[in-house]
Structure formats: C-alpha cells, structure tokens
Design a protein around this ligand. Sequence first.
Ligand SMILES: *Cc1c(COP(=O)(O)O)cnc(C)c1O
Length: 430
Amino acid sequence: MRSLVVDVPPQDRTPSVDRLARSLAGIDLPQPLLVDAARAAIAAGDPDSAPDQAQRIRRRLLAPVINGTGVLLHTNLGRAPLAWTQSAHYSNLELDLTTGERGDRQAGAPALLARACGAEAAVVVNNCAAAVMLVLAALAEGRDAVVSRGELVEIGGGFRMPDVMAWSGARLVEVGTTNRTRRTDFAAAVADPGNDVAVVVQVHQSNFRVVGYTEAPRTAELADLGPPLVADIGSGLLDSRCPWLDGGPPPWLDREPAARQTLEAGAALVTFSGDKLLGGPQAGIIAGRADLVEACRRHRLARALRPGSLVLAALQHIALAYLGADGEDIDFWRMAALTPDQLRGRLGLYDGLREVTTAATPGGGTLPGVEIESVGVAVTGDHTSRLRSLPRPIIARVIDGATIVDLRTVHPDDDAEVAAALHQVAGPVR
Ligand SMILES: *Cc1c(COP(=O)(O)O)cnc(C)c1O
C-alpha cells in the first residue's frame, strides 16, 4: 500500500515504527494508518510528532463541520447541506413493484423533478458537467453545436465549456463576440450550408457578470431557429416564482434563470446541478422534451454517468418537498429565506458576544455579487485555526481583525455549541 503521508517503501516497517505505531493505539484510526503516522514522524526526524501526524490523517476524513461563513453553497463544504441517511435495507432501485419485472432507476426521482419543473421527462447523472457532456454526445456527436463567444465560460474546477464540448465529440461553432451576440449571429450559423448544426447551446454566465456594452439573445429568441435549444442554467432554480417559499422569491434571486421558465420560453432541454439552488445532493439533471431525454438515456455514456441509489433517494426526498411546496424541508431554502429578525431572535444563545451585521452570499458559483443581509457574532482576533481544530470543526471568517460566525449558515441546533466555542477562544477579555 502506498503511504498516505510520505513516500517510504512499504517494507520499511522497522521495529521502531511498529513500537511507535502501537503507542498511538488510543487514536481512533485503523492500524495501517497509525503505521503511516509513525513512519511519517520518524521520516521527519521527530518521533514525538507521531500523535500530531495521526491527528492530521484523522482530520482528512470526511466529517460534519459547522459552516459559519455565511456562504450558503460553499464549494469546499459540499455546497448544499442535506440531511440524508440510508438504512441497510435493499431498495426497489431497479424493480417495478407493480409488475415484479425489471424496473428503471430513472423512473423515480428524475420523473418527480420533471413534474416539479414542468418538463416532459428528465434523466439524472453525476453532476451538471456530466449532464452537458451527455446532452452534447447524445444530440451532437460528430455534428455542430452553436454557442456564443460570450458563453464559452469556465465554471470552476477546470470545467471549461469548450473542453466539455470537445470531449462530447460535438464540433463547436462560435458566434458573436465576448460582449455582444445577437439572434442573427445564431441564425447565420444555422443557415450556413458549411455547418451541420445539431443543437443551439445557451450557457448561463453563473459566476461572473459582463457589464457595460453588452447584448445577448433571450432564450425565447433562440428557441425557433430549427435545431433544439439546450440551455445550461447551472444553478438548479426550479421555478422563478418559488412556490415553495411562503413569501415568494427573495429579492436577491434577481434574474437567475429557472428550469420551468426556461422550458416555457422554448428551450428543448435544460441542464442543472443538484447541489446548487436545488438544495439536493451532487447530481446533474437533464430535463425537457421526452424524445431528447430518451436519446440521452440510451446513449452509451449514460451508463458510466448514472447515479447510485443513495443520490437518487436523496434527490427523491428533495423532489417530493418541491412538489409539496414545502421549502421548510429543503435545508438550503430554509436557511436562505431566514429574515435578519429571525436570525437576531437566536442571539440570546450568544449572550456576551458582539452582534454584527453581515453579508451572506448564495455561493457555489451562483449569483455573483449578490449579498443577503444577515446577522453574525464577532470575537476580536483571528481564531479560525482553533475553531477548525475542534472535534466538530467550525469554519469562520475574519473581517477587519475579528472572527465572524454568520448565523444564517449555522443550523439552529448548533447555536449553543458555537456560542460555547466562541466564548472559549475569546477568553475572559473580548
Ligand atoms: C455549476 C455549473 C456547472 C457545473 O455543475 P457541476 O454540477 O458542478 O458539474 C455547469 N454549468 C453551469 C452554468 C454552472 O453554473
């Protein structure tokens, strides 16, 4: 086995390594990892550092953290929070309980999501990058896909639109300019006898804004060019009217494109992430015209991109909450919709700590520049490292020399724990 910590040949398991590893027995890690820690400490010339090395390995394990950053969809913290556990039972993942015959895993959550956004059908894959790739492979392999030069974006983590299009086997036909593209640019590319246009692609500029002398066609203007219009909306807002929120859409949603309205405007397919504004698990959803969704499902790549039952079960839970218009049951929306007064109502638990007004953000590469008025508590000085090293790590921000925990992204059940931790790092003087 390759060491997790240092490159030492595995046969280097001297008696001293074994002895040191045995001295770490109180640390809750399997024996081979304690050996790694011991070996790393010896390699560093500091055997006494073995417990620290073991703790470093422990801290790399996936574990719950408390998000005090105010970034609702924090990419480093797994984007949307979602409570989901699975029992050890089998599930009817691919069994039709009515007929007893082989069933279809895409008949559950994907169909519910299609219902929730007014699409004829939907198929779910591992993330939105995979969704875009599958759509292009299924509809435009060896043919042309037309896209605006203003939308050949990089979403993050190396997801570059031109690359994804190339992997799919579609040929990219760029039209317009960085700041201005018109319907006529698309129409000319479609009409060009030198092109074989299979799809027109619209990509939402999720994580940046082009301001000033700009122009881009609306979805409706690209819907009747002939080839199907595929709109990568990214964020996963299902319906711009937010019927799952008592107060309707929050003002900060602004002009974020929504699946239902993009389909109503004439897009043949939309693609979006499961773990952004949808508030679900990591997934990519392709929704829209039944024949095109079917082509995606039948494509040979679909098998390699399909999600497992854990993801489908969590998505089903979210989809049912949307269909029941129950935003309280979707953690992301419950936190996003809290008013500053509701947040202030929790300050009693933070007695003795300084209240601050904060600016929370949607995050996750959505809604750039959007701030959501929020409430936090502050402690003078930078205590972020100590807060991160707690048994349940608290991730905080430092602003103007003070450590700030934004209450919007903290689960109310964690308030007492966070308050105690802040009092502890603050000490008697704050
Ligand atoms: C976020 C985003 C993606 C990538 O989504 P993942 O689910 O992270 O793969 C693709 N397109 C757009 C427009 C996005 O906003």
